[in-house]
Write a protein that binds this ligand. Structure first.
Ligand SMILES: [Zn+2]
Ligand SMILES: [Zn+2]
Ligand SMILES: [Zn+2]
Ligand SMILES: [Zn+2]
Length: 158
């Protein structure tokens, strides 16, 4: 299955309120905005204090000029990436790996922890175990050497 991934980033605009316009309602607290400045994001108006990251409570108008939305949450960039960002595609199962997940890396490839096993015998590796990358497949030492033998590339004893 192909997963489409798109950054749901929205620009925050800082607007100064014209004295003659009637006050806008804040999307955060539902009260009228009587401040001199208000924020506009997601087609709504907000108090500077009311546009906050749902995770860390930081005021988004201060942190930067973008906010991120996902699943009805408003998030700062850092939390968005932590929760919904991706590390890349797992080289074994080719599914996306979320940024917050632990990964195994081998050369340029990343793997889910669960996927990092010999792709022939499913043996898992422990720290310090030898593994081999051949044709982009992870192999344990046994299968790697067996493969070499079959192909006739057995190490020559000199
Ligand atoms: Zn408000
Ligand atoms: Zn945050
Ligand atoms: Zn995987
Ligand atoms: Zn193996």
């Amino acid at each position: 299955m192909m997963i489409c991934y798109k950054d749901d980033a929205t620009c925050i605009q800082m607007l100064s309120v014209q004295p003659d316009t009637k006050p806008k309602g804040c999307a955060g607290c539902n009260r009228k905005i009587k401040d001199r400045y208000l924020l506009k994001a997601l087609d709504k108006y907000w108090h500077e204090d009311c546009l906050k990251c749902a995770c860390c409570d930081c005021r988004l108008g201060e942190v930067g000029s973008t906010l991120y939305t996902k699943a009805n949450l408003i998030l700062c960039r850092r939390d968005y990436l932590r929760l919904f960002g991706v590390t890349g595609n797992c080289a074994a199962c080719s599914k996306l790996i979320p940024a917050f997940e632990m990964v195994m890396r081998a050369k340029d490839n990343v793997y889910h922890l669960d996927c990092f096993a010999c792709q022939l015998c499913n043996q898992r590796f422990c720290v310090g175990d030898k593994f081999f990358l051949k044709n982009n497949m992870i192999l344990c030492q046994t299968d790697y050497e067996e493969g070499l033998m079959k192909e006739g590339y057995a190490p020559q004893v000199r």
